[in-house]
Ligand binder design. Sequence first.
Ligand code: UGY
Ligand code: MN
Length: 252
Amino acid sequence: MTIPVAHTRTAIKRRHALIAPEGNVPSNHPNWKDSKTVVQISPAMGAGFTQMLIELSPKGQGSGVTQDRQLFFYVVEGAVEVMIAPSQAKNAVKSGGYAYLPPFTTYTISNSSGLPATILVFEKGYEPLTGVQPPGVFFWREHEVPGAPFLGDPDAMLQVLLPERPEFDMAVNIFRYKPGARLPFVETHLMEHGLLMLAGEGIYRLEDDWYPVQAGDVIWMAPYCPQWFAATGKSSATYIYYKDVNRAALPV
Ligand code: UGY
Ligand code: MN
């Protein structure tokens, strides 16, 4: 069955969004050359952070200074090389690897695979905490991060990719659900999420809407957006997601 062209699974609401990749249109990003950038989630839709999927051609490269922002990226496919000034040391980051670049970091990220590479980027303004030094540059690999059963359920395994320390004001986690596994209750919380489905399929409840979702889909959940997920496919469902942390209820 073909879907009539005027239909889309994408739904952009005031407090949540589902973005299906078939409707993506890239936009030029001044920092990224020989690349295709899709800004999936941004302040333009009401979010407090930016989520981008960047496809680098074999010569693709991004460079810049994080300024008062911080940049996290995860290699979805291929491999990149990261140079941080002034050391000029080269760090190889392969598929499943990731990096955290704190504010005021000068960086160059280059495709090093000879093939197309895809990275997922989360970018957010850093919120300093009095008496706490901001984090340093951090590189690691997903397969070296132990998973833990989420609220005791071994069928819903959570990997926390960044150190759980007060200097970090953002978290990025990977959630892997066995077929039939689900979040144990409808979560409602202060923290915001940006999410990319990496594998499998399921049903996401966002506020009072229910969405069938699959690999490649993106979800934005504003603070206090009621949320629930169940993996409904025959294979595991996996998603990677952003969450603001460690700054709850700070006076402004
Ligand atoms: O970390 C979380 O809040 C996570 N349990 N939320 C989610 O998967 N939608
Ligand atoms: Mn949540």
